[in-house]
Design a protein. Structure first.
Length: 364
């Protein structure tokens, strides 16, 4: 049965009209700095760290092209890139919570884009798919501009979460697989969106699903839940080279465990580099999804007070299950339902940060 809170949210954000060419926001111009959520030379939230124990480096020999997740919860199909909006503030929060894992090792490039509204993933019709197509169009144009004007032949990662991971799948297929750019491509961290096991070779014909902490030319993915949680949704939009479909959510997905960097079903303790983080913003725009305006609140990240937990890959469905003291503490949150999607990166922030460095060394 669908979560009651989810059904209420979907009613609040259901667009009031069909997707048409007349209600499309103006496309971003990636020649302009203002059309980027993050650039290496612009001090912003991607440069936050949880403590002084972590160093930041703003000029690197490696890049990351980061595609942020959904932060748009309004009754329109696509975001208009208004930087005074709550949707853009959520992008800033994601730069802090997610993009920051790369701020010691990579130049961070993150386009602002006409992201599809949250409702697009539940509409089960052409409207939502058209909104996702429009969002992807921006990502592809931004990537092309990045390669032509910023990259200068450096090795790079593709990194996306949730909606960003969905667009990242499509981008790697269309722009990197079977092209000369594959020689510069280190890995794709495509976290928090399904990559069906039986679709992998079709999506990524010349890449591999990651099996260890050092492989390159691979796709790295996981979707985090509390132990025993089963997602109630029947399906979700899934792009394939022959067009859109709706993926059965019960089918097994590609996944690795960030504590072991394998797909084993054994429980693993946190590693030596582990650090789970929490967002310490004064006003949490992810709690009040009806908020429309930017709060201009101060933002920071810090280590969670409790750090201990374990994780494993569920051998039947591929979900990354978690248990332990930190997860028990999270169960007390008002919004907790067992799905830890919003914490996919934050729970494993320190381990992912070190793994990026390890994979760069392996690639070089």
């Amino acid at each position: 049965m669908a979560d009651e809170n989810l059904l209420k949210l979907l009613e609040l954000v259901r667009p009031e009209s069909d997707f048409t060419s007349s209600n499309i926001p103006s496309e971003p111009d990636y020649r302009l700095k203002d059309s980027w959520a993050a650039l290496p030379e612009v001090d912003s939230y991607q440069y936050l760290v949880p403590s002084d124990d972590y160093s930041i480096k703003k000029s690197n020999d490696i890049d990351v092209f980061y595609i942020h997740p959904t932060g748009f919860f309004e009754k329109k199909w696509n975001f208009n890139l208004d930087k005074n909006s709550s949707a853009y503030e959520r992008t800033e929060v994601m730069l802090a919570n997610q993009a920051s894992v790369f701020n010691e090792s990579c130049n961070i490039y993150a386009p602002a884009y006409r992201q599809a509204t949250y409702y697009s993933f539940f509409s089960n019709n052409e409207n939502g798919l058209k909104a996702l197509d429009l969002a992807y169009k921006d990502i592809e144009r931004a990537f092309d501009y990045y390669i032509e004007n910023f990259n200068n032949g450096r090795p790079f990662f593709i990194y996306g979460h949730s909606q960003g991971a969905l667009h990242g799948q499509r981008l790697i297929h269309n722009r990197i697989s079977n092209t000369s750019l594959k020689n510069q491509f280190i890995n794709g961290y495509l976290v928090g969106y399904v990559i069906p096991e039986n679709s992998f070779s079709n999506l990524f014909p010349d890449l591999i699903a990651s099996k260890n902490s050092l492989d390159t030319g691979s796709i790295i993915s996981w979707s985090t839940v509390a132990e025993g949680f089963v997602r109630g949704r029947a399906s979700t939009p899934h792009w394939k080279p022959d067009g859109w479909g709706f993926q059965d959510m019960t089918k097994k997905i590609i996944s690795v465990n960030p504590f072991s960097w394998t797909s084993e079903s054994s429980w693993y303790e946190q590693d030596a580099h582990h650090c789970s983080i929490i967002n310490k913003s004064n006003n949490d725009v992810f709690m009040d999804l009806t908020m429309l305006h930017h709060t201009n609140s101060k933002k920071s990240i810090g280590a969670t007070r409790i750090q201990n937990f374990q994780s494993r890959i569920n051998s039947e469905n591929g979900l990354l299950e978690t248990r332990g003291d930190l997860i028990d503490k999270m169960r007390k949150m008002r919004s907790f339902n067992g799905d830890l999607h919003s914490f996919d990166v934050m729970l494993f922030w320190g381990s992912v940060r070190q793994n990026i460095i390890d994979r760069i060394d392996a690639f070089l």
